[in-house]
Design a binder for this molecule. Structure first.
Ligand SMILES: [Zn+2]
Length: 130
């Protein structure tokens, strides 16, 4: 996935919400959950966000990235485990290959802070979802 496109989708989602607010609030922070298994570089995302929000309604907003660890579930062992990204994608107990990912693929807005309040569970812009 490409950070520039991800950032565009993110900004569109936030803008949809912002434009639906009658008072056009001053957004201060966007909390983003980024799974470790999305292959998105947080630093690249920060940079793209900074570039794309220049002289926009998000110019003063900060992007706060929360890492979501990769967690998989092993059915034979009935347990969750954390695969080692780039090294070992199998259950540490029985070596079964990873086939059930429980978290780590998220890429979503957790919440937005604005004018001393916050909002969560934003619905992504339909045009930007696959
Ligand atoms: Zn196992």
């Amino acid at each position: 996935m490409h950070e520039t496109d991800m950032t565009k989708a993110l900004i569109l989602t936030v803008r949809d919400w912002w434009e639906s607010q009658p008072d056009r609030p001053n957004i201060t922070k966007i909390h983003l959950m980024v799974g470790q298994f999305t292959c998105v570089e947080p630093a690249g995302l920060q940079f793209a966000f900074e570039v794309q929000t220049r002289q926009t309604f998000l110019e003063n907003a900060a992007l706060v990235i929360q890492d979501v660890p990769l967690v998989a579930f092993c059915h034979p062992c009935q347990q969750e485990y954390q695969p080692e990204i780039g090294r070992q994608y199998a259950c540490p107990t029985c070596q079964a290959p990873m086939d059930d990912i429980r978290s780590g693929r998220e890429l979503k807005i957790d919440r937005i802070e604005y004018d001393g309040a916050e909002v969560g569970n934003l619905t992504p812009n339909p045009a930007t979802t696959r």
